[in-house]
Design a protein around this ligand. Structure first.
Ligand code: C2E
Ligand code: MG
Ligand code: MG
Ligand code: MG
Length: 281
């Protein structure tokens, strides 16, 4: 509150700041209604095996169909959700909705259904001691074997914090898989990778974007892949947009790719149509 009061003081002096703050407050108010009103939904982006590009899984990504602003991506509201304590409820909603959708695909599409579901976790979720039980209950409710679910956490969350470490160990005991998201951003350390109980390392899009043009980036990607391999961890290249990037990641022996080249995030029904088209072709 002190922080907010501090920000409010600035409104008097700076119209641009006033505009930003009142927009922020508006988003905050709208977001409180979004969940009960059913405005939040989940889109799914394919994750494919390299080489070949055969889809093996999907990542669930939250979206907000705002009544006046159109469809918002998490960049526009996840930060606010964290600040005002709504992220827990949103995270649970995404987990429930995506698991229900994934179970439905398995039941109706059989061997065409994606084999793995990736879901992002926030700091607040990871710090909740109730998370492993919640995850177990949702999986059981839909009859899903735990290994089909892969939970994505960022490195800053996974390291250091003992509460988080304990939660991660419990999730592993449950049988779900863990992925380290956005690897390479922040203070990443290849030397500490073996300390984290993760099955998969996702190399951040910012490295893939420059992999072909900046040698240092390519070398970092290569080193990450080698270290991950030696630890029996799978690797995913995030944000593959061009055939050149895909070829390079394949040459570097990255296991999986994700990005616009393979498919943008789609709503469940649209992804299902895409799967049907792919199999018809
Ligand atoms: P992320 O987990 O690293 O997800 C990948 C982001 O990269 C997604 O952005 C996706 O749409 C985008 N992307 C994928 N391929 C490409 C590409 O080829 N080019 C470009 N330019 N972008 C690509 P999105 O959906 O806006 O999500 C942003 C971030 O918000 C996610 O990054 C994740 O950290 C967070 N997020 C998304 N959904 C959830 C959620 O349900 N819970 C939590 N806690 N965080 C979420
Ligand atoms: Mg992710
Ligand atoms: Mg990521
Ligand atoms: Mg990323």
């Amino acid at each position: 509150e002190a922080k907010r009061a501090g920000r409010d003081c600035c409104m008097v002096f700076d119209p641009a700041m006033h505009e930003r703050v009142s927009q922020q407050l508006q988003i905050e108010n709208d977001l409180r209604r979004a969940l009960p009103e059913g405005e939040l939904f989940v889109v799914y982006q394919p994750i494919v095996a390299l080489p070949g590009g055969r889809a093996t899984g999907v990542e669930a990504l939250v979206r907000w169909r705002h009544p006046t602003r159109g469809v918002l991506t998490p960049g526009g509201f996840i930060g606010v959700a964290e600040e005002v304590g709504l992220i827990d409820a949103i995270g649970e909603h995404v987990l429930r909705e995506s698991c229900a959708c994934f179970a439905d695909w398995r039941a109706r599409l059989g061997s065409r259904a994606p084999r793995q579901l990736n879901v992002n976790l926030s700091r607040a979720q990871l710090r909740s001691p109730a998370l492993p039980e919640l995850v177990g209950a949702i999986l059981a409710e839909h009859g899903l074997p735990p290994q089909v679910l892969q939970l994505e956490v960022t490195e800053s969350l996974a390291a250091q914090d003992e509460v988080v470490q304990a939660t991660l160990r419990q999730l592993k005991q449950l049988g779900v898989r863990l992925a380290l998201d956005d690897f390479g951003t922040g203070y990443s350390s290849l030397a500490c990778l073996h300390l984290l109980p993760v099955d998969t390392v996702k190399i951040d899009r910012s490295f893939i974007a420059h992999a072909e043009t900046i040698e240092y980036h390519r070398v970092l990607i290569e080193a990450t892949i080698r270290v991950a391999q030696s630890l029996d961890m799978a690797t995913v290249a995030e944000g593959i947009e061009t055939a050149g990037q895909a070829a390079l990641m394949t040459r570097l022996r990255c296991d999986y790719g994700q990005g616009w080249l393979y498919g943008r995030p789609l709503e469940a029904a649209a992804l299902e149509r895409r799967i049907a088209e792919t199999h018809a072709a």
